[in-house]
Design a binder for this molecule. Structure first.
Ligand code: BG6
Ligand code: MG
Length: 214
């Protein structure tokens, strides 16, 4: 019996996953590392520092901690610049209505994003009041694929993991949801998200009445 629905943010609610990619690609270019959209799939859902480390691994580059901190901060400043202009109507089509309907039908609704910028994005989209709880990258020690963020969201909602469904666009996120003992709807392609219990092209394509048959 599903009682709660937990949403990832970047790539599930709004197209900020694209801005993360553009900022990482800009940094990779500066470092002389070729970094493709396909390789970017590995960065989705993981923390800022782990993302940088994956890019450095791809380029075969090793750097001291201090330099890595500087580069991660630089990437974040570009990302923050890109998202500054986000308007409420940039939420993916149908998602605002879906969040409202879920709560009207008695489901608890949470946001669980690895991003430390999640609060900013929620404010720009003006959707924070649509969630019963928000958990982000500032509140966790281990980022996806570790289940910590989803377990924390469920605990804050007071709902057992087995009664939760997660919407995720990242392979690391699908793994985290399943490791938490939750159901998972993948948003995107079966190539990356094949382990999910169901896959949709975009979040609002999922029909709420199908939650119980996952
Ligand atoms: C996740 C994104 O939501 O947040 C990742 O999928 C990103 O691509 C991660 O690296 C951390 O984001 P931030 O905003 O804290 O750098
Ligand atoms: Mg995502």
């Amino acid at each position: 019996m599903i009682k709660a629905v937990i949403f990832d943010l970047d790539g599930v609610i709004v197209d900020t996953a694209h801005y993360h990619f553009v900022a990482w690609q800009r940094l990779a270019k500066e470092l002389g590392i070729s970094f493709t959209e396909k390789e970017n799939e590995r960065l989705k859902g993981v923390s800022r520092m782990r993302s940088l480390e994956i890019i450095l691994e791809i380029g075969g580059v090793s750097l001291p901690e201090e330099k890595k901190e500087e580069l991660a901060t630089k990437k974040n400043s570009w990302f923050v610049e890109y998202i500054e202009a986000i308007k409420p109507d940039e939420i993916f089509s149908g998602v605002r209505e879906m969040l409202s309907s879920l709560r009207q039908q008695g489901f608890k609704v949470a946001l669980a994003s690895s991003s430390k910028n999640a609060e900013t994005v929620l404010r720009l989209l003006q959707i924070k009041p649509l969630f019963d709880t928000v958990v982000d990258g500032t509140m966790i020690t281990h980022s996806k694929p570790d289940p910590e963020i989803f377990l924390l969201a469920a605990a804050r909602l007071g709902i057992e993991p087995e009664h939760c469904v997660v919407f995720e666009d990242a392979e690391a996120g699908v793994e985290a949801a399943l490791a938490a003992g939750m159901k998972c709807v993948g948003v995107g392609s079966a190539d990356q998200l094949g382990k999910a219990d169901a896959i949709v092209n975009s979040t609002a394509d999922f029909r709420i009445e199908n939650l119980h048959s996952l």
